[in-house]
Design a protein around this ligand. Structure first.
Ligand code: ADP
Ligand code: ZN
Length: 608
């Protein structure tokens, strides 16, 4: 057996195989616990480094680790990434034919595998369980463990039957992992997977490398989006939109603007959808415009931004979606644009849905919380983390509100005017018309309903359209105004509006800049700035990236499976002269060095 204590041996493997210099956060404790035979529940944000937590124990323990994963599409990439670093890994799912599957099963029985990825439905078959009886098992890893939760969006009924693992093999350690942190989901995982005695490892959910920004929508929301995308030239990112139709429309607009944008939604032809996903993973600089059908388990490490052109459904959803940015730890952005129209659409979807009343109420409350987040004046990071029960001191320095604190103003008078406009027009109109009335615009609708005869007509010329919309959004977010979805998003007075109308309460509102700040947006950030590399190093980086693209295409694997951007950047910066130099660059393990070392050095030599 191995003479080193677990910690030391684990660190050697981390370095030799994965090329990392040290464990991150709780990784070392988790590895030690599981390698020593303990059960664990691991809560770590996306990009926190969950895989290492079962991959290293898998290598430390005798036998094969069985990894349960709900995502067939991703098993292949995960296994490929492991093979690249010289680990014996395989997967079993419905994409393999009988012959291929039989070969994998043989490898398992002959003890030739360190890790085997399986889909839950395959794992639970009597045949497969019987096969496991004959194999030597190192551990069970249950990835995306929140799939066991009926209340989540990723519910997978088979996950509930995974308790069979514990019943049948009580001595084989289990490690369940998820990035969904809220307390109810956590409790459900423990209960449903029988993990009462498992040690819980809860990491901070903060993602300090992600910058959060929320902006009000401008019409269809694409102009502001284009400005935002101009800050990320040639980078990979995801743009989430609410519906299939929106996805198609936004993707088309981005293509017209000269961006490499691809659509992705559940209504597309399956082959085209899969092809688009592959391109996103393999090529550099693709903007994927998608519904939330795209994403769970997209473990591309160099996604530099996640933009929402429409309001997501909940803070949990938002956090999970934005979490797909910056898994490699590099600076990344989460950008959200929204308007009251989104709130109306989302409420409609919920209220007209089939769910129970209890469930609908829960979803509406989640939507309200998100709205509150959008209109908040304090640190975004603090607000997000608080939602997950985590204290953050605020002033993070990396969110819009911290970087340029919004000014507030006494909005009592404006609020009273807005509320009166709602009341006087009969609580039957949406925000667009109400703003027209306040600003005294003589539209057809104003004429039709003779709203120009009302006392409120034209009493709000002091504020512009954007400012009025902001007032209405804040009134909704603050619970002073309700949205009547049955009447096409008409605004109605809520109970809380009374003291304001009566002049008994005052209101401070967040100031909306009159127009978008112009200073930064017309300027495209250059590659050199984004990467912070000097001229020669930048040239080396580009040469290496080109080589990586070719190599990835030859092997038909995603580019990041060969090397991460961060690794290429580190190589470009270090400018190694020989293999020994190269071996010292973080992210390069023994296997990668053997495989690609010469080619990298040659490429650097050619580029010099
Ligand atoms: P998760 O599954 O939690 O989202 P991954 O396991 O995919 O995260 O890891 C996220 C990224 O962090 C990967 O690019 C991985 O290579 C990197 N990583 C993980 N552990 C370490 C470490 N100890 N040192 C450096 N990088 C790490
Ligand atoms: Zn902040």
């Amino acid at each position: 057996m191995n003479p080193l204590p677990i910690e030391e041996h684990a660190l050697t493997l981390l370095h030799r195989i994965f090329g990392h210099t040290a464990f991150r956060g709780e990784q070392a404790h988790i590895v030690e616990h599981v390698a020593g035979g303990g059960d664990a529940l691991v809560l770590m944000p996306t990009g926190g480094g969950k895989s290492i937590c079962y991959q290293i124990p898998a290598l430390l323990r005798e036998g094969c680790a069985i990894v349960v994963s709900p995502l067939i599409a991703l098993m292949q990439d995960q296994v490929e990434a492991l093979r690249q670093v010289g680990v014996q890994a395989a997967y079993l799912n419905s994409t393999l034919d009988a012959g291929e599957a039989a070969a994998v099963e043989r490898q398992l029985l002959q003890g030739e595998l360190d890790l085997l990825y399986v889909a839950p439905e395959r794992l639970l078959t009597g045949r497969f369980l019987a096969l496991l009886d004959r194999a030597r098992l190192a551990l069970f890893a249950i990835d995306e463990a929140h799939c066991v939760s009926q209340w989540g969006h990723d519910f997978r009924p088979e996950y509930r039957q995974l308790t069979v693992l514990h019943e049948r093999w009580p001595d084989v350690p289990r490690i369940a992992l998820t990035a969904t942190a809220d307390a109810p989901t956590r409790r459900e995982i423990v209960e449903r997977l029988g993990l009462e005695d498992a040690k819980q490892f809860v990491s901070s959910f903060d993602r300090p490398n992600i910058r959060y920004t929320v902006v009000p929508k401008d019409g269809a929301g694409t102009r502001a989006l284009l400005d935002f995308l101009a800050r990320h030239p040639g980078q990979s990112g995801i743009v989430y939109a609410m519906s299939r139709k929106r996805v198609e429309a936004v993707a088309e607009q981005l293509c017209k603007a000269g961006l490499k944008a691809l659509p992705y939604h559940a209504g597309m032809d399956a082959a085209l959808r899969a092809a688009n996903q592959r391109r996103f993973l393999q090529e550099d600089g693709i903007v994927m415009v998608a519904t939330i059908a795209f994403g769970m388990g997209i473990d591309k490490p160099d996604v530099r931004f996640v933009a929402h052109v429409d309001l997501p459904k909940s803070i949990e959803g938002y956090y999970q979606e934005t979490g797909r940015a910056g898994r490699d730890g590099g600076a990344s952005e989460a950008w959200l644009s929204y308007g009251l129209g989104d709130v109306v659409s989302l409420r409609q979807i919920v209220e007209q849905g089939e769910a129970s009343e209890e469930r609908k109420l829960l979803e509406l409350r989640k939507l309200d919380a998100l709205l509150g987040y959008c209109e908040a004046t304090g640190c975004r990071r603090q607000a997000l983390l608080r939602w997950f029960g985590e204290e953050h001191p605020g002033a993070c320095g990396n969110c819009d509100n911290c970087l340029s604190p919004p000014e507030s103003w006494d909005g009592t008078e404006a609020a009273r005017k807005a509320l009166s406009a709602i009341y006087r027009t009969g609580q039957r109109f949406g925000v667009g018309h109400l703003v027209d009335v306040l600003r005294g615009s003589r539209t057809d609708k104003v004429a039709q309903f003779r709203h120009d005869t009302l006392g409120v007509f034209g009493i709000g010329k002091d504020l512009d359209d954007r400012q009025w919309r902001s007032v209405f959004r804040q009134l909704v977010a603050g619970g002073y105004v309700d949205i009547d979805v049955e009447h096409f998003g008409a605004l109605r007075l809520a109970e809380a509006s009374r003291p304001v109308l009566r002049g008994e309460a005052s209101l401070r509102l967040r100031a909306e800049p009159r127009s978008l700040p112009r200073t930064r947006r017309d300027r495209r950030a250059s590659d050199a700035e984004l990467l912070d590399l000097d001229g020669d190093a930048l040239a080396r980086f580009h040469a290496l990236r080109e080589w990586r693209s070719l190599t990835a295409r030859e092997q038909n694997v995603p580019a990041y499976v060969i090397f991460h951007d961060a690794t290429l950047r580190a190589i470009a910066e270090a400018d190694p002269a020989d293999l020994d130099d190269l071996a010292r660059v973080p992210g390069i393990g023994t296997s990668k060095l053997e495989r690609y070392g010469e080619a990298v050095l040659q490429k650097l030599f050619d580029a010099a």
